[in-house]
Unconditional design. Structure first.
Length: 115
């Protein structure tokens, strides 16, 4: 029952954001024992960010929350796969990737999580 939360600049193309969410979801479906019906995906647009004390770069941040019990190696592999997919999406849409800092963070949901 993964949650995928994407943070993007207010000027970022919504269709590209949806593509990032969809591809991230596909990777998670391939790698985890989960079902499409359990996903909760969303993106938020922000007006301001500061990356490494510079306003020249903008942040594309993906936070993915999954149920506990996966190995750290598997979660790292998934994070790297998703980060590479984000890079490919940016390049295929002719977006200058050097303009962005993009991150993928996978967190385990608390045992107290109730759906």
């Amino acid at each position: 029952m993964p949650h995928i939360i994407l943070e993007i600049p207010s000027s970022f193309d919504t269709n590209i954001a949806k593509d990032i969410l969809n591809r991230s979801q596909s990777i998670l479906l391939e790698k985890l024992p989960t079902k499409i019906e359990t996903f909760k995906n969303r993106y938020y647009k922000y007006d301001y960010c500061l990356v490494a004390n510079s306003q020249e770069k903008e942040l594309i941040g993906l936070t993915i929350k999954v149920l506990s019990g996966r190995t750290e190696d598997l979660l790292k592999e998934i994070a790297l796969d998703i980060k590479e997919e984000v890079r490919k999406i940016l390049i295929s849409n002719k977006i200058k990737i050097e303009k962005y800092s993009y991150t993928v963070e996978i967190l385990e949901l608390s045992q107290a999580y109730v759906n």
